[in-house]
Design a protein around this ligand. Structure first.
Ligand code: PFF
Length: 450
């Protein structure tokens, strides 16, 4: 093995803010914009927000710190990280599962949806959605997703853009892009919020979104909050482990994790403020998931004065959110190829992207018809396996590993060898040893319904 050159000139993030923007870019994605607001509306408004915050602080955040710590200590791709740490080879399973589930499978379907956002930016510009009728926008969406060649075209286009950034490397590619895209995303979000909350009748949407309704809190609410927290923070799929492997030794893991988780939660909350007031003001019912973004909102925009501009801005926002998350997923596969097979970055990006595009084609085509696995659409099935099976197993093993088998080195890593005071160290230890594994095991068990 000729591994020596890799460790000598391994790249690093150029600055602390750049790293935080990149990690937040990974975390802030489609999950924040189309899933979180919908869950808040469905699961009791502010009551859900409180539960989500508690879960993110005591379960998501500790696991994120654990992933950053493993990554930075090992300075290697997830599949090689555990060997580099000199621990039992069993733990490499975390790296392999994360790489396959995140770098390959999650990205394969994330691309497809990323492609839809490009289609909708163009459709907004060309006035294809001037219809203020969800029946019609539903038809538009339904007719688009079954034109497989077009869906695949946009999927590839989205991937090419992602590749264009990742080929530039960690600091000159991903970091540079995220430093521009994330603040832009934030500004677009603020513009949309101002527009949305100043529409006449916006109050009903605010009430739907934030009115605390504790009667809606059930076991499912906790399950939704846990699953959403992990997905939203990009945990369990080797992503934060990979990003952590590029942080410098002087970086403070606790505060960087707090910034990343905080920004992710802020954007998720703001997304609801941008969406629901407008939906209610225009007299629509909020749908969920893809339907909310691609069917309800186009109709809402069509009804709004200067709706075309807001529609473009919204899909641009969705595109930025998706592409910065896709970069992180591709980086997992690329770091793997560079360090495992000693490829150059350029070659790794090309080879991995071709594999990921090919893996994504059945997802893109499954929307048109009969490509099913045990009764589920291919895309839904892949998403289910990644999010409900591999992601919780990865996070569970990562917290067991850090909490029970690698605690001392982890503490060393988190406190920068004792130089950084981390006031919540004991709480973190307790969370990573007990709270996270028990909670994750519970989501895993309760979420297994095909
Ligand atoms: N965290 C991102 C979101 O909320 O959409 C997307 C994501 C990226 C999820 C990477 C999972 C993942 F492994």
């Amino acid at each position: 093995m000729s591994g020596s050159e890799g460790s000598a000139k391994r790249e690093q993030w150029g600055s602390r803010i750049g790293f935080i923007m990149a990690a937040a870019g990974s975390a802030i994605g489609l999950g924040n914009i189309w899933r979180f607001p919908y869950l808040v509306g469905k699961d009791g408004g502010a009551a859900f927000v409180v539960i989500y915050l508690i879960i993110t602080v005591f379960i998501g955040f500790p696991v994120m710190m654990a992933e950053f710590a493993i990554g930075r200590a090992a300075q290697k791709a997830p599949v090689l990280a555990f060997r580099a740490l000199g621990v039992n080879p069993f733990w490499s399973l975390i790296g392999w599962m994360g790489t396959i589930a995140g770098g390959f499978f999650t990205l394969s379907f994330y691309n497809v949806v990323g492609g839809w956002t490009i289609k909708y930016i163009i459709a907004s510009l060309t006035g294809l959605m001037e219809v203020a009728d969800v029946g019609k926008t539903g038809e538009f969406f339904g007719e688009f997703v079954v034109r497989s060649y077009e869906v695949v075209f946009y999927q590839i286009l989205f991937m090419l853009i992602t590749m264009g950034v990742v080929v530039g490397g960690i600091s000159k590619g991903i970091e540079r892009a995220c430093k521009v895209l994330m603040p832009t995303l934030f500004v677009i979000m603020l513009i949309l919020i101002v527009r949305s909350v100043t529409l006449p009748g916006a109050g009903a949407g605010l009430k739907f979104y934030l009115h605390p309704d504790f009667t809606k809190v059930t076991g499912e609410t906790f399950l939704d909050a846990l699953g959403q927290s992990f997905f939203s923070l990009s945990l369990g799929l080797g992503i934060m482990l990979t990003y952590g492997s590029y942080i410098g030794k002087e970086e403070r893991i606790p505060s960087s994790s707090a910034w990343t988780a905080g920004l992710d939660t802020l954007i998720a909350l703001l997304a609801g403020l941008a969406i629901f007031p407008a939906v209610f003001a225009m007299g629509f019912e909020p749908g969920s998931g893809a339907g909310l973004s691609f069917i309800t909102l186009p109709a809402v925009f069509a009804k709004m004065p200067a709706g075309m501009i807001f529609s473009c801005l919204f899909f641009l926002l969705l595109f930025f959110a998706a592409v910065t998350s896709a970069m992180s997923l591709l980086e997992v596969a690329v770091t793997f190829a560079i360090e495992k097979f000693h490829m150059t970055r350029k070659k790794a990006v090309c080879v991995m992207s071709v594999i990921i595009i090919l893996l994504g084609i059945p997802s893109a085509m499954s929307l048109a018809g009969d490509l099913k696995i045990y009764g589920k659409d291919f895309m839904d099935a892949i998403e289910y396996i990644c999010n409900n099976v591999l992601l919780p197993i990865g996070s569970f093993l990562a917290s067991i590993f850090v909490g029970w088998f690698w605690l001392k080195p982890a503490i060393k890593e988190i406190t920068n060898d004792g130089q950084v005071q981390f006031r919540w160290l004991n709480t973190w230890i307790w969370c990573v040893r007990f709270v996270s594994p028990i909670a994750i095991a519970y989501i895993f068990y309760a979420g297994l319904t095909w």
